[in-house]
Every structure is written in C-alpha cells, then in structure tokens.
Design a protein around this ligand. Structure first.
Ligand SMILES: [Zn+2]
Length: 327
C-alpha cells in the first residue's frame, strides 16, 4: 500500500508526539521521585559511573574479569535499591522507565531501517480519515442499513422477495467485512440505482479500514479521472493514484458504467481488474449495468474476468432514496 507524502508526514507527527509524551511523562515521574527520595539520584549517578568505567577493562591484563564483575554487581545492587525505594513509595517497579506506545520501535516509527507496523497502522487510519471527510462513510454503516425499506412482496422481474434477498446480501457483506483478509473474494453488486449498493460498499469500507487495512474507494468516474490526470501530468496530488488503486488491500469501484468511457478508461479498467486478479487482491464493483450492457460497453476480456471471478450479488427492491424522501 502506498501513501502520499502528506499522509506519511501526518503519521510521523503522530508517532513523534507519542514519543515526546512518553518521554515527558517519564521526566515528570523522575522529577517527582528524586524530589521525594534524593537517594535515587545518587544511585543513578553510580550506575552512570559504572557505564563510564566499563571501557577501562580493555586495558587490563589480569583482573579485567573481576573488574567487570564488580561493576555489574554495583549496577545490579543500585537497580535493586531503586526498585526497593519505588516499592516503599508504593510505585510500580517500571515507574522510572519511558513507557513507549510501541515497544518495537520505541515510538520512532522504524525498526532496523524498516517502517514499523505502528507507523503503517497510523498511515492507514489517517488516509481513511481523509477519505471519510469526503464520503458519508460514518453515516453509511451496517447499523444504519434499514431493511424495512425493502418490500416483502415478490419482485416479478428478479423472482426474489426483496427483503429476504437483501437480508442475505446484508449478512454476506457484514461477514465479508468482519472476516476480511488481503485475499478475500471479489464482489460485483448489481442492481438499479437507490437499492443500497453504495451504502453497503461504504459500510464494508468503514469496517475494513477500522481493522487497519488500506482501502481505496471511489466512483468509477473519479478513479478514472485521477488515473487520467496522472498519466497526462495534470495531477497536482502527491499520491500515486495508480499505485494506490493497484496495491491497496481493498479497492471499491462504485457505479461502474456511469463514467465517461474512452479507450483510455477501458484499458485502465482492464489493467486494474487483471492486475488485481493476478495478485489475488480483492475488488468490489457496483454497477447498474446488466451483463449484456456490460459486455456491450467494455471488452469481453474485461467482462469475462469479472463474471468468472467475482461473487455476483443482485440487489432488488424499490429505490430507497425515493422512499426515504417521501417520509
Ligand atoms: Zn512501532
């Protein structure tokens, strides 16, 4: 998953602030203890002196081992005495240690020159927050999905009872989000406008992001625009749209078929579908195009990949947005 420099900087600031907060807390605790018990200061100086004296052993011929042993003994007894003092003060034995948020990288964001998981998690959260600002992710959750808008009478076009059908789809989407992994299934949501495809896609996006995965969500039009701008050098974003779209943990393409279709968008779409399929990376597509319309609009090599490798979910019912407006 690649992120923009802006997201990286924001995440680095979060990590730095965590480190400063942990160090400040330690400094306060230390000051407090030394004020109550000045002996701690003396013991700490002894320990520091041991560390300074240790290299002297290098020049010694016979008694270097004994010298080191003696220093270690002094050090250990100073540590023991500090723990005793803390215990007398009813404080935990690690009270004077810096309590880092992440023990792996000590809140530096890096371990052995590689990005620590805590920094990656932080970037995922920030990029999702940025996405949430632009999309109604917070209001489109599984909890706010209302099945009562779906009729209980059979829909003659599809042969389904919409409410029952949507309950099945809802359950599937909820389990999908809860059990999400980097190799989860691909899904195709098909149905008329206003049947809840966007709501359920956003609910999945929200839940999967919450779990710490990198999600890219966009309408087909917006995703294509960002690829086109990047390709023709018109992008003023520091995010690589193509890298994000191809490499994110979950890609959600909303409203496929509503975009302005050109040779460029068709070949870009093929590249996305094919690359992610080869790399086993999940995609969720929603569309109101029938299979025939889809094949008519896109090449057969795109549609055969979608219908052969995506779980096909047919949404049914009446336009929820119209129903909601009439209340
Ligand atoms: Zn870390």
């Amino acid at each position: 998953m690649s992120y923009s420099i802006k997201v990286f900087k924001k995440a680095s600031d979060v990590i730095t602030n965590r480190r400063l907060a942990a160090e400040n807390e330690q400094a306060r605790n230390h000051q407090e203890c030394v004020t109550i018990s000045p002996e701690i200061s003396v013991l700490e100086k002894e320990m520091a002196q041991c560390a300074l004296d240790a290299p002297k052993a290098i020049g010694m011929k016979n008694n270097a081992d004994e010298f080191i042993k003696n220093l270690m003994g002094k050090n250990l007894s100073a540590q023991k005495r500090i723990r005793e003092i803390l215990s007398e003060l009813n404080l935990p034995s690690d009270y004077l240690e810096v309590k880092y948020f992440c023990k792996d990288c000590k809140d530096t964001g890096f371990v052995d020159g590689k990005m620590c998981e805590c920094l990656k998690d932080c970037m995922k959260k920030i990029s999702f927050e940025e996405m949430s600002d632009k999309l109604p992710v917070k209001s489109s959750t599984f909890d706010s999905f209302d099945l009562s808008y779906y009729p209980t009478e059979k829909d003659f076009e599809t042969g389904f009872i919409p409410r029952e059908r949507m309950q099945v789809i809802f359950n599937y989407c909820q389990s999908y989000a809860e059990d999400f992994s980097k190799n989860s299934d691909n899904i195709l949501f098909y149905g008329e406008t206003g049947l809840g495809k966007t709501h359920l896609s956003l609910a999945i996006a929200g839940k999967v992001s919450e779990k710490g995965y990198g999600v890219v969500y966009g309408s087909a039009q917006n995703l294509m625009n960002s690829l086109e701008n990047e390709k023709f050098g018109k992008s003023n974003s520091d995010v690589s749209a193509e890298q994000s779209i191809l490499n994110c943990d979950l890609l959600i393409i909303d409203d496929l078929g509503a975009e302005f279709s050109t040779h460029f968008t068709i070949s870009a779409l093929y590249n996305i579908i094919n690359t992610r399929l080869l790399e086993n990376k999940p995609v969720i597509i929603s569309t109101n195009l029938t299979p025939a319309e889809m094949e008519n609009r896109y090449s057969r090599r795109i549609t055969s990949r979608i219908y052969g490798n995506y779980k096909y979910l047919i949404f049914c019912g009446k336009d929820i947005r119209q129903l909601k407006d009439s209340y």
